[in-house]
Design a protein around this ligand. Structure first.
Ligand SMILES: [Zn+2]
Ligand SMILES: [Zn+2]
Length: 329
């Protein structure tokens, strides 16, 4: 089979003769239809991801068809599916509480195990989610980033009727906007430098969009930081009302200095959030099945597997045009 191996930063090797993997008893073999490029894949491509190391086959947002189950069962064969890519241990204290996303020895398909920028990928059978009829391949590919937003919004105490702020309108910020609208948040304000992304945020359900230099209308109760830098974190700390919450989705490339004095004085809650659980994945599928809204518009570009270097270079260099870029093996 063909697979794209990231051998070292900015260097994919298209291996055309990799053996098709053989599923063990608890695994299934998926024939990959398509896979999205995630922000974390871009970090890894440039050698800047702390937990993804070369050589690796990236790709954790994918859809495909079940081709074979290691235990010989047939009920999943031929099904259109997406896969929750976490490989949790199931035994540590966090796993035993059902918080598989923060398993002490968490590995992720496409991050620490071979991923879906390949013709076939092996997955644990119990991580498979069958796609309902209404979810075509594109919507199915967007379940994974949507589940990140579902988990983040569920981390906040109670969003109903509350004014919310989304800082950063990349895929995750846009998905967060969509979930906030679906859950009946009050005014949703989305902030981004790029006008094209602000327009997308409006179609995803933002009531107001601003560029970072424009003044915010208060009060705001809950902020979602979807960039991973000091500036947006401090903006959230400064603008939310006393007793409010900040949910941190951004991936920080470096340590930052933030105004902890205000966190203390305003009795703010700061909540980290990582990936998702099974129930977040099921909820993401349910939301898309009920009303996909403008979610499909997040897919802006498509590349074949043998153009994967071009896809990554394009995504990194054109943030105003590229939101979700799809690779087709
Ligand atoms: Zn991702
Ligand atoms: Zn665990």
């Amino acid at each position: 089979m063909r697979q794209a191996v990231l051998r070292k930063p900015q260097t994919f090797f298209l291996d055309r003769e990799a053996p098709i993997p053989i599923p063990s008893n608890h695994e299934a073999l998926i024939k990959v239809q398509q896979a999205g490029i995630c922000g974390s894949d871009v970090h890894a491509y440039f050698g800047k991801h702390p937990f993804i190391h070369c050589p690796i086959v990236l790709g954790h947002e994918f859809v495909g068809i079940v081709e074979q189950c290691g235990d010989g069962t047939e009920e999943l064969l031929g099904q259109r599916v997406t896969v929750l890519p976490s490989l949790a241990c199931g035994r540590c204290p966090q796993c035993r509480e059902g918080r598989y996303n923060i398993c002490q020895t968490l590995k992720v398909i496409g991050c620490q195990a071979p991923g879906a920028f390949a013709e076939y990928v092996l997955v644990p059978k119990d991580r498979i989610f069958t796609l309902p009829h209404a979810l075509d391949w594109d919507l199915g590919t967007l379940v994974e980033p949507l589940a990140v937003a579902v988990h983040a919004v569920r981390r906040a105490a109670n969003i109903g009727g509350k004014n919310t702020l989304v800082l950063g309108c990349g895929t995750i910020g846009l998905m967060t906007t969509y979930v906030l609208a679906a859950y009946g948040a009050g005014t949703i304000t989305a902030v981004d430098y790029e006008a094209a992304r602000r327009t997308l945020a409006e179609s995803m359900g933002a009531n107001k969009t601003l560029s970072p230099d424009q003044p915010l209308q208060k009060p705001i109760h809950t902020a979602f930081e979807c960039v991973g830098i000091a500036q947006t974190t401090n903006q959230a700390i400064a603008c939310i009302e006393k007793g409010g919450e900040i949910v941190i989705l951004g991936v920080f490339e470096e340590d930052v200095s933030v105004n902890m004095g205000l966190v203390q004085d305003k009795e703010l809650s700061m909540l980290g959030t990582l990936m998702y659980t099974d129930s977040d994945y099921a909820e993401a599928i349910r939301l898309l099945d009920a009303n996909p809204g403008a979610v499909r518009q997040l897919i802006t570009h498509r590349y074949d597997l043998d153009q994967i270097d071009d896809a990554f270079q394009f995504l990194a260099s054109r943030p105003s045009e590229a939101i979700k870029v799809i690779i087709r093996p």
